[in-house]
Write a protein that binds this ligand. Sequence first.
Ligand SMILES: Cc1ncc(COP(=O)(O)O)c(C=O)c1O
Length: 387
Amino acid sequence: MTHPSTRTVHQPVPATGGSAPLRVPLYQGHTFSFTDTMAEAFGGPGAPYVYARYGNPTVDALEEAVADLEGGAGAIASASGMGAITATLWALLDTGGHVVAQDRLYGGTQGLLDALRTRWGVEVTQVDGEDPEAVRAALRPDTRVLLLETIANPTGRVVDLPVLTALARAVGATTVVDNTFATPLLCRPIEHGADIVIHSATKYMGGHSDAMGGVAVFADPGTLEAVRERTAEFGAVLDPFAAWLVARGLSTLALRVERHCANALELAGRLAAHPAVARVHYPGLPDDPGHATARRILDGGFGGVLAFDLAGGLAAGRSFASRIRLAALAPSLGDVRTLVLHPATTSHRELDAEGLARAGISAGLIRVSAGIEDVEDLWKDLEQALS
Ligand SMILES: Cc1ncc(COP(=O)(O)O)c(C=O)c1O
């Protein structure tokens, strides 16, 4: 089998007679006419296309490409990363049950867990994902799901996937891993025992902030059809044009990830030596608490997102954000452009000091999604904003 970076470029393309296009064609239409009887068209997996909420060739091609990259048996694409997470958790927890989740999670995922707990009667236990003993203690015979992120947002902590997936398997729970930050180029959680891998394709896979999408990849096809059904029921299906854009983005993923990682590592090192910076959070730094695990779990880089605490706290964070010039002051991540965020005054502004502390976010924390620009230009921008 070829290297994943080769497979991002050589995505499966359906043959058309004696030749084939180099790229997956865009089938933008949502309705297909029948050449056979309607009953056959509605006949489940492998049946002809009928209506895009149940399947579309461009979307299917993306699913196949991502399943292949992650080493999964199949994948379901969704309208966004949250669509993929929601459909997956809903399929696994449709009759309630118990979930164990790490406590540092993307805010949208945390919101979904809160809704599952308060509105749908799902029991949720959240623990420090970097503490295998805490995870072991939280897992129960009736635990259905262990929910993890390979690299946690925004502090870059890395969980020990082989250890945690084995613990979940021992009680019969399904491990779901959000691999958005790592991409299948740095980590393939199924190789470490995960059952389902989630991506917000909106981030690195698409890579250009012009397409939203999500993908759930399944180690074995067991729950795939249930997630497909939930995705169609919610109407959270991926639009063919977004699928086409994500597939195009995928073909340059390896080059971009290499540069994102190199820039993030260089900026993290320089920030760590800057007097205005109290602490840098990046698993690529040798003294980072996640470094040893990251070296075992990640291959080829430590990701493109770093964060740092400004010594001057909230006021320094506000001032830094207002002085950024080259980087964009923006949420999201994984874009070719560098994006900077001050969570305490933007994404997490509703949290008080205690809430921020629980999320592992200091008032002066700045998150940087390193783009692919020249690193000296990026450093000049960060340095002038720090001065
Ligand atoms: C780690 C992670 N997972 C999931 C999501 C949700 O993805 P989307 O915005 O595509 O719904 C995000 C969004 O920022 C994220 O950072």
